[in-house]
Design a binder for this molecule. Sequence first.
Ligand code: EPZ
Length: 433
Amino acid sequence: MDKLLIRGGRRLNGTIEISGMKNAALPILFACALNTETCILHNVPEVSDVDTTLEILSGMGCIIQRLSPTTVAINGVGFKAGTSSEALVSSIRASSYLMGVELGRFGFTKIAFPGGCKFGVARPLDYHTRAFEIMGAEMETTGQGFRGEAPNGLHEGKIILDMASVGATVNIILAAALTPGTTIIGNAAREPHIVALANFLNMCGGRVLGAGTSEIRIDGVSKLHSCTYTVIPDMIEAGTYMCAVAGTGGRVTLTNVIPKHLESIISKLTEMGVSIEEGEDWVTVTSSGRLKGAAITTAVYPGFPTDMQPQFGVLLCVAQGMSTINEKIWDNRFAYLDEIIRMGITVTRSSNTAWFPGNQKLYGSSVAATDLRGGAAMVIAGLMAEGVTEISNPHFIDRGYDDLIGKLRMLGAAIDRREVFPESTPVSVNARS
Ligand code: EPZ
């Protein structure tokens, strides 16, 4: 059983490079299965969700070559619909994108129920299936998963989403890319990863217009061609390191970032007393470690991202004065608070709101990563805490953080990963051990 061990109390200083964005790389990798020519993708993050995606696609007939740790060549000519591995599909959420790809290319889809982080309730896919129905597919939910058929292929449609869902916007774009006519998405998600997917498809000869606004038009093309594309930097990874240095104190420069994508994070950290300088593709974060409380409400982009909520939650535990978080995207994304309580913190919560009295201190303890971002929050808490923190289930963190230990050690953190046997109680951790 692997655990992360962190000895807290060290300030973070130095420079690290941010990796490619997981949530942009995943839809783009699936989009390669629409293409019968080879695409070369640079800056693909080395995270386990990417590994799982590549395994799914290769099992379905795509030819995949890792040209370097972060460069992947993919050819989708041999991709076959309905052949995905149930075990792999059920281990990540982005596997739902297979539905759009299979229906768009073959008029047929069959996949197991996608997995991914659980936020208290099942994460529904009703917007996705309803959109495919509007585009002419007959969709069915069976005990095993989703099945859909459009014997004559999909047709164009106008889909107005109830909520600006990232996944549904991605899936409709994928389904429509090769579908004749013009498909329109109203109330589309505007996240940078949607723009990245549109840019990638357009570089392959697709016609996706309006990405980044709330109305996207997709003019279907008959074929996509090869291209070389570089995945955009991960704003959530960057935001996570910004929170880490805000909490520990210190001065850290992050390179390979797009500061525009970080606006809501920068604005909130500035309000909390952190100083941030920015250049074209870098930010420098300087913090004394003394933070002011804040009120945070999550929202769709360009609002405050739900994927940064747990990392800020840890900061609000120690910040001066009362703080609140109002989680508007997921029904229950506060499982990490049960772990934070083990570190000596008092916090009150309902399903969507948490109240932090502030002015508290974190003490090293044994905690668990409850999900990907909840796990990142525990790492930040461990870095800030007095004593040693032991984090179980680090595999959740592996889903979305490329070389977390290496990057934190470069900044001076004392963090290690060990196989821990139940009877042992490890307490020794040094930065370079
Ligand atoms: C994406 O999930 C991200 N995952 C999530 O990041 C992120 O939290 C989320 O977008 C919001 O930004 C990936 O990109 C792989 P949604 P997704 O569809 O697409 C409701 C991380 O930590 N909804 O935008 O699944 C849903 O319940 C992960 O990297 C429906 O009701 O999110 C939620 O309340 C975690 N029916 C809201 O919409 C649907 O069919 C937004 O979900 C679809 C969604």
